[in-house]
Write a protein that binds this ligand. Structure first.
Ligand SMILES: NC(=O)c1ccc[n+]([C@@H]2O[C@H](COP(=O)([O-])OP(=O)(O)OC[C@H]3O[C@@H](n4cnc5c(N)ncnc54)[C@H](O)[C@@H]3O)[C@@H](O)[C@H]2O)c1
Ligand SMILES: CC(=O)N[C@@H]1[C@@H](OP(=O)(O)OP(=O)(O)OC[C@H]2O[C@@H](n3ccc(=O)[nH]c3=O)[C@H](O)[C@@H]2O)O[C@H](CO)[C@@H](O)[C@@H]1O
Length: 500
């Protein structure tokens, strides 16, 4: 790191212009070492478009590597916070300090002005979300709007790197023609490579800096080469060059589909727990003794703007039926209603009609500690409960349940209120301090195997059973000689749990 200031960079880039035909990395005739030097000296300005949960950590790592990064976001509050050296992304170890340091040193700046940043930058990194439209087709509008910004400043020799997850063929068939037509450059005058994020919330900096090999695939060989130069510097791990951008796009989507399909299988198996009278979680954990078996964890559904979205980047985009991917997606999407079915049955057994019952949902975000609610299973649970005319409350330390159709309750208020039931959807660590013994007995459906209510008066139903071997209703049925194989008996029995 040289600590070069942006002003130094500008003048050095100008001085070089007479001897170097292009300032960028694509199609340059500089040696690889000279390219690396220019990148790490800050002589190649970098723009990072999208400063969200992954974009801000990525921009910060680009800044610590190159010393000359402009971050762009459409949200003025995000830009204002970063300009003040503050991270608006919570739960990422080291990020607040890194952002403060990079901004303070003048290595990272932020703006809402995409075209101006594009004009000043020679490497453009895209890390905005790709969502779905109402028909579940990929919605490329945000990525294309960033491409419009980049195109206004795109110069010969520039390299565009896309880290946003994309449906395969998007770089080749959509973005390259889009950038070319909007910039009036020929496709072989600029580089375009897909280099997917292999990161997760909570470990973003570690992952970006090199936890896994970095996959790089360009629309042509020169784009792959140029992008590999960048990630050789950014990542401590190996750079895995694949044949082309479409292969790189497929790698990322396949990783997500693998996860969705395997969670779908776990969710299917977990629904056998009542009928078999076992803890399916115990069976899964034990099956996973074998390295060839990697069954996932069952739960109330699959949330976030990654895993539930990526299967749709293939479904309807191909002429193939994709029956396995489709079935898993359906199974996962139905889990919130499975959870509410179980809840309704347990309430029935306790003599309470779900219509008019008061139910509190624990955890609205899709993952503990991550402020993201897109596709959260909690939203499906709230919808299902509302459709069945239950009165729904919610607790979440990161978001306001009122924004999602549930009356807000604080953890400390739980004991003062009286609920017919609770559903654990997302086990934020704050829930560890709930004193269940201080709360009036109720039905508790635990979707995540995170509460043990055996020593309480609550009527617990653990989806799929507990890892320690307790079937969904604990040991009570076994102790009382309930016929485990008869699911009808199980669902109709009224003495299977503590009365509430
Ligand atoms: N979050 C994860 O765990 C994760 C992991 C791996 C990959 N990804 C992928 O990374 C990408 C980004 O995800 P994220 O979690 O950072 O998203 P995010 O929703 O947290 O942040 C997106 C940011 O982009 C900004 N933005 C929207 N439109 C813009 C525009 N036109 N120009 C500039 N900025 C704009 C938003 O204001 C927001 O700050 C997605 O493609 C996602 O699939 C995410
Ligand atoms: C572990 C990891 O690196 N993941 C990443 C993932 O991050 P993520 O934040 O989306 O988190 P996940 O852990 O995948 O969970 C998604 C949903 O599935 C539920 N779930 C999960 C596992 C399970 O066994 N049973 C479940 O029910 C869970 O509760 C949640 O609702 O997406 C990124 C984007 O591309 C990828 O980089 C990457 O795969």
């Amino acid at each position: 790191m040289t600590g070069t200031s942006p002003a130094d960079v500008e003048s050095s880039a100008t001085d070089d212009s007479e001897t170097t035909p292009t300032h960028g990395l694509y199609g340059t005739d500089l040696s690889p070492d000279e390219q690396r030097d220019r990148l790490t000296n800050g002589e190649i300005p970098v723009a990072v478009y999208g400063l969200g949960k992954m974009g801000l950590p990525l921009a910060a790592v680009y800044a610590e590597t190159t010393g000359n990064v402009t971050g762009i976001d459409v949200d003025p509050d995000v830009v204002a916070a970063i300009s003040d050296g503050e991270s608006h992304v919570v739960g990422e170890p080291g990020l607040a300090d890194l952002v403060a340091e990079q901004v303070d040193d003048g290595r990272l700046t932020a703006t809402t002005d995409g075209p101006a940043a594009a004009d000043a930058s020679r490497v453009h990194v895209v890390i905005v979300p790709t969502l779905l439209d109402d028909e579940n087709d990929p919605d490329l509008a945000t990525v294309e709007s960033v491409a419009d910004d980049i195109a206004t400043g795109l110069a010969p020799g520039d390299l565009v790197i896309v880290e946003s997850t994309l449906p395969p063929m998007t770089c080749r068939d959509v973005l390259e023609p889009h950038l070319a037509s909007q910039s009036s450059l020929a496709p072989d005058e600029f580089g375009l490579a897909f280099c997917p994020e292999r990161t997760a919330s909570g470990t973003a900096l570690r992952d970006i800096r090199g936890q896994y090999p970095k996959v790089v695939g360009g629309v042509d060989d020169e784009s792959t080469r140029a992008a590999a130069i960048v990630y050789d510097e950014l990542s401590t791990n190996e750079v895995h060059r694949v044949s082309d951008a479409t292969t790189a796009e497929a790698v990322k989507v396949f990783e997500g589909v693998y996860r969705d399909v395997n969670i779908g299988l776990a969710n299917e198996l977990c629904q056998l727990a009542d009928e078999l009278g076992i803890s399916v979680r115990e069976a899964i954990d034990t099956a996973n003794d074998l390295p060839m078996c990697q069954l996932h964890d069952p739960g109330p559904g699959v949330g976030g703007h990654c895993i539930p979205y990526y299967p749709h980047f293939l479904l309807r985009q191909t002429g193939e039926s994709m029956a396995v991917t489709r079935a898993a997606r359906c199974t996962n999407a139905e889990m919130p209603s499975v959870v509410v079915d179980r809840l309704e049955r347990e309430l029935d057994s306790a003599g309470t009609d779900i219509e008019g019952a008061s139910v509190v949902v624990l955890g609205i975000t899709y993952r503990p500690g991550v402020e993201e609610t897109r596709a959260s299973p909690a939203l499906g649970v709230i919808d299902e409960l509302s459709e069945r005319d239950a009165r729904v409350s919610g607790i979440d330390p990161l978001v306001d349940p009122a924004d999602y159709g549930a009356s807000p309750v604080e953890i400390d208020e739980l004991a003062e209120e009286s609920f017919d039931a609770a559903v654990v959807v997302t086990p934020h660590e704050e829930f560890d301090r709930i004193d269940w013994n201080a709360i009036d007995p109720m039905v508790v459906v635990d979707g995540r195997d995170t509460v043990d209510l055996e020593e309480t008066a609550h009527r617990e139903y653990a989806l799929g059973g507990s890892s320690d071997g307790r079937p969904p209703r604990g040991d009570r049925g076994r102790r009382r000689g309930v016929e485990r194989r008869d699911s009808e008996t199980m669902s109709a029995t009224t003495d299977g749990g503590t009365d509430v």
